[in-house]
Design a protein around this ligand. Structure first.
Ligand code: SF4
Ligand code: SF4
Length: 463
């Protein structure tokens, strides 16, 4: 039995209603310009950055097999993971801070889903025309014109998606070599998988799913309301000014006709990429793209009404109260951000660009040599985190007379390389008894400040 009905559910009855296709109307205006600029800059960065070179290598490369992340002049190693973790925490906190301050700015102008969808809509407009032309084309029976337009759109979308997938993989494997490998049809299985996966994800999300991703898949849309308060910047319809809504001629005085400023043209709904009506109040589907502001402002201009019937505002401002920019949560987010950013900068600036790891040979406790000498064997792993080669002086102490044999004292490690160096530490038999703590020291020959030490043990005969 259907709820609220006395009719039994038949087999053909369905509780599912598919979402109708949204045809966002093209819009001009200041926020539309800003959105186009953001799309061009962000997509431009995404596609150009992997092609940039720094110190004869790819400027940004997440080299997973070598476990090294190159970020322009910086090389991050697995030992630097805390820096990355801190950076992610800072990014998340920045999102909280800016959401509390300015609402869903991220969603409207910088989110990858918004940016790629915008680019896909441009291609749709180039091939299928304006909103009304697209709607007409979809309703029309198949014809040569429809086939030509739909095919052109698909070719553009697929080519753009594949280039996106190729670029994505180019952040993890040198992109120039990847290009050569693709041309030579010599691409590894995983590389091919990730390129196609990311390409098809772009195609599906930006070409077909669009607002469904924001409405049903994005977790941020669900919890961002927890960061909102009555002083957060939102896009809102001014009900007091707009109601009662209704059509009228431009010559009609709304006050005399008992009307508000909303002429009920529905332009704000037609431009909305998520298909909602901003006049129904604040809705979680609203991604704050500000297209409805541009649309409504153009109507207000035509009717000689003041702009801003739909505008950036706050709940307090709408009620006529004062908006408070500085409020406790802003101070808390701001202070936390400041501490974390300062901590990250300080940690990065004072980071010693060399790592020393000492592994003692476990196969023998010690070796007795002629001339009453005792020897322990170690493998030193020396990581030069700088991008250029560097000389290091090695030494060891902790036991009287202890010295290194097998190295000349100075070793050279190539930029961003790991040197695995077997060394022997020796001293006189009379100096070493039992287990003794020793310390290996590595100093860069060109800068005494670049020094690392690592403790180990020296084992001699039991007393
Ligand atoms: S309601 Fe306005 S700001 Fe919100 S998504 Fe729709 S057009 Fe963009
Ligand atoms: S665009 Fe402005 S005037 Fe037109 S329906 Fe929307 S709010 Fe009313």
């Amino acid at each position: 039995m259907a709820i609220g009905s006395d009719k039994p559910l038949t087999q053909s009855a369905s509780m599912y209603e598919s979402a109708g296709k949204i045809y966002p109307r093209e819009q001009a205006g200041r926020f539309s310009k800003l959105s186009k600029l953001a799309t061009v800059i962000l997509l431009g960065l995404y596609y150009v950055v992997p092609w940039l070179t720094w110190d004869a290598r790819q400027a940004v490369l997440f080299d997973l097999p070598a476990r090294k992340f190159y970020l322009i002049g910086l090389t991050l190693w697995p030992q630097d993971f805390p820096f990355l973790a801190l950076l992610l925490i800072i990014l998340a906190l920045s999102l909280f801070f800016f959401t509390a301050l300015a609402g869903r700015l991220w969603c409207g102008f910088a989110c990858p889903q918004t940016v790629w969808t915008e680019a896909f809509i441009w291609m749709e407009q180039w091939t299928e025309g304006t909103r009304s032309q697209r709607m007409k084309l979809d309703k029309a029976p198949w014809s040569w014109n429809k086939l030509r337009r739909k095919t052109s759109k698909q070719i553009l979308w697929i080519a753009f998606s594949m280039w996106t997938g190729f670029t994505f993989v180019g952040y993890f494997t040198p992109i120039r070599q990847l290009g050569v490998d693709i041309i030579a049809l010599n691409v590894g299985g995983w590389t091919l998988f990730w390129g196609l996966f990311y390409g098809f994800a772009t195609y599906g999300n930006a070409g077909f799913m669009r607002e469904q991703v924001c409405k049903y898949m994005c977790p941020y849309a669900r919890f961002q309301s927890a960061m909102f308060d009555k002083d957060t910047l939102i896009i809102s319809y001014d009900e007091k000014r707009g109601e009662p809504r209704g059509g009228r001629k431009r010559s009609v005085d709304p006050a005399a006709a008992g009307l508000g400023h909303c002429i009920d043209c529905t332009l704000c709904v037609q431009v909305c990429p998520t298909g909602i009506d901003i006049r129904d109040g604040l809705q979680y589907e609203c991604i704050a793209c500000a297209a409805c502001i541009d649309a409504c402002d153009s109507v207000m201009d035509r009717f000689n009404y003041p702009r801003g019937l739909v505008r950036y505002t706050t709940e307090h401002a709408l009620k006529g109260d004062t908006t408070r920019l500085l409020r406790p949560r802003m101070f808390v987010y701001g202070a936390l951000l400041l501490v974390l950013i300062t901590g990250l900068i300080t940690a990065m600036a004072t980071r010693t660009p060399v790592i020393l790891d000492v592994i003692r040979d476990r196969n023998s406790l010690y070796r007795e040599l002629p001339n009453d000498m005792i020897e322990n064997i170690y493998t030193l792993k020396l990581i030069n985190q700088r991008s250029t080669a560097r000389d290091f002086r090695l030494s060891v102490d902790g036991v009287p007379g202890l010295a290194l044999d097998g190295v000349d004292g100075v070793v050279t490690v190539a930029g961003g390389d790991v040197l695995s160096l077997p060394v022997r530490a020796r001293t006189h038999r009379g100096s070493a008894y039992g287990i003794m703590n020793i310390t290996f020291t590595v100093v860069a020959t060109d800068d005494d400040g670049v020094t690392v030490t690592e403790d180990s043990r020296f084992i001699g005969p039991m007393p």
